[in-house]
Ligand binder design. Structure first.
Ligand SMILES: [Cu+2]
Length: 282
């Protein structure tokens, strides 16, 4: 099963790490794409069913008791959200060709929010949360999906947004174009690999290790106390060749990037193959 995590994970995240209150992002620039906001809770998403095409700022606000994220999947050839859920259950290591993973705001703890900037083309989509419940069941298996439609039409032209830093995803590594400094930053994430990858940004304790955080979340491990870190955003799964931007406020300290998506062949989470990177923000 994809990304099934040990039972302790979510509870520990909530109990051990939900500190610091809501992470506010400072006022967006004038040319910021329109904000589309969804609430994530146990187990579902609340927000608009129908969107206009074009560039948007997609926000997930965690109003629940567990960590959540909002994967954006574009459904082709008339497939439905139920088809996608069945296909992932049947083959958790690969995604169907008609279900394109297009990013979306990655995981946060309760009471906080996460934002990405995405271009939406007309069509049918499903929102999915892969995060585990306290028994390890991915939230999407508990009904945490939502179907949305992007209306037909020509999107309004939107200005290109110049990122502060670009993160390149490869099989199996992260590369930063330059160091991330403290402040509200716009980060572009580009998948140059052959597999779906995510960028989960984790705030780490001073000597924390992102691999240790990943291991605490990894399948098949006994619960080992609180994972040493707190998810604070990023971009969920991006298909090969795709890109998205995320915006978040970085404070000085230690951070990590993590990919929990499974390898096509072995099912191993990508962080075990090298998609785990630590860096200091000054
Ligand atoms: Cu990956």
């Amino acid at each position: 099963m994809m990304r099934i995590l040990p039972g302790c994970t979510v509870v520990c995240l909530v109990i051990g790490l939900a500190v610091g209150g809501e992470r506010e992002v400072v006022a967006a620039p004038d040319d910021a794409p329109p904000l589309i906001s969804y609430e994530a809770f146990e187990y579902g998403f609340r927000g608009p069913d129908r969107l206009d095409p074009g560039k948007v700022t997609l926000q997930v606000v965690d109003t629940g008791q567990q960590s959540h994220q909002m994967q954006l999947v574009k459904l082709e050839s008339g497939h439905t959200a139920a088809d996608f859920a069945s296909a992932v259950k049947a083959e958790p290591r690969r995604f169907p060709a008609w279900g394109r993973l297009m990013g979306g705001p990655n995981g946060v703890v309760p009471g906080t929010r996460s934002k990405t900037i995405q271009k939406l083309d007309p069509g049918d989509y499903v929102l999915v949360c892969w995060m585990p419940d306290p028994t390890g069941a991915p939230h999407f298996t508990l009904g945490m999906t939502k179907s949305i439609t992007v209306a037909a039409g020509t999107p309004k032209p939107a200005p290109e947004i110049a990122p502060d830093v670009t993160i390149t995803l490869a099989d199996f590594a992260y590369k930063l174009s330059k160091p991330i400094t403290a402040g509200t930053r716009t980060i572009k994430v580009v998948n140059e690999g052959q597999q779906v990858h995510e960028t989960l940004v984790v705030q780490l304790p001073p000597k924390g290790s992102i691999k240790a955080f990943g291991e605490a979340l990894a399948p098949g491990k006994p619960p080992a106390g609180s994972p040493p870190g707190k998810p604070v955003g990023g971009v969920v799964g991006l298909a090969p060749g795709d890109h998205a931007l995320f915006q978040m406020a970085f404070t000085p300290g230690r951070y990590g990037l993590l990919c929990l998506f499974p390898d096509h062949e072995t099912g191993q989470p990508h962080f075990e193959k090298g998609m785990a990177l630590e860096f200091d923000v000054k």
